[in-house]
Design a protein around this ligand. Structure first.
Ligand code: FCB
Length: 468
């Protein structure tokens, strides 16, 4: 038997959440509606009509949740700020009650020795800004820069790491492409405009934060870069699908953010949709800012093939210029999201990026799995499949470190079961279970496993069951 792996002592272990998914208190404390309030209250948009009105009541239970973080022993907590809670009009005056909520939360984390990693945009755009065009409207990017500046002023150096955006791919292409997410728009041009304005928002926010806090203020961006694999690596059509998907799925963000330009093949692939004239002089310079690190959210690989001419499923795919790409059925275990499980993609993602951008440290800002948990008669939640998922993916991070990738941290998604966007409360990602009637929090085995990992730096052996 080989000795168990030990992670570096300064490796940052954390858990992640997002404001709309956990806070609730949608109309309290001066918070204005976000696009997710509007969307989730629109019939047919979320499973069972679920909304984030109450979510897991974190707004009222945050002290208890901070205590869970302290008990877990994590070094960091990744949270997001709800823009409409701190700046209800999307511009101008701040709502003091909203700012105070996050200020108190950050202070409580620091008191427990937990580093706050704060995302400024995890998809809850103020509805008033959507009424003016949302991310289709360039003005939203400028306003986002000012909102970032205001938050930097308020929370300043108490924040360990600022993250401008979470997964702009989802915001642009699920929000404005296939309409699966808020605001529910289905328009290829709008999704590409949104992608650019999100990139611009990111760049302006980085500059604003650094103007406020100094040139070396820690700022990052979290992307859900897709690991595409051709169904048949010897089939040129499959490889061409990978290229097209990689352009509009990944390089549309890494191009301007890390390399300073949109890739030529992306512009060619989407020429029938737009001439990209919404990219104005100076935008690429504004977007291309040095980053403290890059955050990556990883769940599964994507296997793609050449177009077959057959329909690609009942939901329109959100990929402009790639609607005909075929996704072959994949054998093997699936999570309750219907996603496959393949930890090799995480090693590949981290080593590939580190090789391409050797000066850019990486952090896994989300990774985890939804499974239908069962509560045992004694109240325990044994979730061996989630534990196995974490064990495989933590090992995949270890392998990336072995291969020389510069990975600085890992955040489990999620601290708590929560509102899983269009799937409502029907998908449980938490390492801590939430009873949706009482809001009681119960550690699953995965939380106990994670606690041992983060406090020792060594993943506990499997099979793992917490004795209670
Ligand atoms: C990511 C989101 C996060 C959560 C997980 C499952 O795309 O960033 O909010 O929903 O997926």
């Amino acid at each position: 038997m080989t000795a168990p792996r030990t992670f570096p002592a300064d490796f940052l272990w954390g858990t992640a959440t997002a404001s709309y998914q956990i806070e609730g208190a949608a109309t309290e404390g001066g918070r204005a509606p976000s696009i997710w309030d509007t969307f989730s209250h629109t019939p047919g948009k979320t499973l069972d009509g679920d909304t984030g009105d109450v979510a897991v009541d974190h707004y009222h239970r945050w002290q208890e949740d901070v205590q869970h973080l302290a008990d877990l022993g994590v070094g960091a907590y990744r949270l997001s700020i709800a823009w409409p809670r701190v700046q209800p009009d999307g511009r101008g005056e701040l709502n003091r009650e909203g700012v105070e909520f996050y200020s108190n939360l950050v202070d409580a984390l620091l008191e427990k020795g937990i580093k706050p990693v704060v995302t400024l945009y995890h998809w809850d755009l103020p509805q008033v800004l959507e009424d003016e065009g949302g991310w289709r409207n360039r003005e939203t990017a400028l306003l986002f820069g000012e909102y970032a500046r205001a938050m930097a002023r308020e929370l300043g150096d108490r924040v360990h790491l600022w993250t401008t955006l979470n997964e702009p791919w989802c915001a642009a292409f699920l929000g404005y492409g296939n309409g699966q997410h808020a605001p529910g728009v289905t328009d290829d041009l709008a999704s590409l405009e949104a992608a650019h304005h999100l990139n611009l928002a990111h760049g302006l926010a980085v500059s604003a934060i650094r103007e406020e806090l100094g040139a070396d203020a820690p700022v990052s961006l979290t992307l859900n870069l897709h690991v595409f694999r051709p169904a048949d690596p010897a089939n040129p059509g499959d490889l061409e699908s990978v290229r097209r998907m990689d352009a509009v799925g990944n390089r549309i963000f890494t191009g301007p953010v890390l390399d300073g330009a949109y890739p030529a093949d992306l512009l060619a692939d989407t020429a029938a949709i737009t001439d990209w004239s919404f990219v104005l002089d100076g935008d690429l310079e504004a977007i291309h800012q040095p980053l403290t690190n890059l955050g990556l959210n990883y769940y599964d690989i994507s296997v793609v093939a050449a177009p077959t001419g057959e329909p690609v499923g009942d939901f329109p795919t959100p990929w402009p210029g790639c609607r005909d790409v075929h996704y072959p059925e994949r054998p093997g275990e699936k999570t309750s999201m219907g996603w496959g499980i393949d930890a090799t993609g995480l090693t590949e993602l981290l080593t590939g990026l580190s090789a391409r951008y050797p000066d850019l440290p990486l952090m896994v800002t989300e990774n985890g799995a939804a499974f239908d948990d069962e509560v045992s008669p004694d109240g325990a939640v044994h979730d061996p499949r989630r534990v196995a998922y974490y064990a495989q993916h933590v090992e995949a991070v270890g392998k990336a470190l072995d291969a020389g990738a510069d990975v600085r941290g890992y955040f489990a998604w999620s601290l708590l079961d929560n509102f899983e966007w269009s799937f409502g409360y029907a998908r449980r990602f938490g390492i801590i279970r939430v009873d949706y009637d009482t809001f009681a929090r119960t550690w699953k085995d995965s939380a106990h496993w994670y606690h041992e990992l983060v406090t020792t730096g060594t993943p506990p052996a499997l099979p793992y069951t917490h004795a209670g």
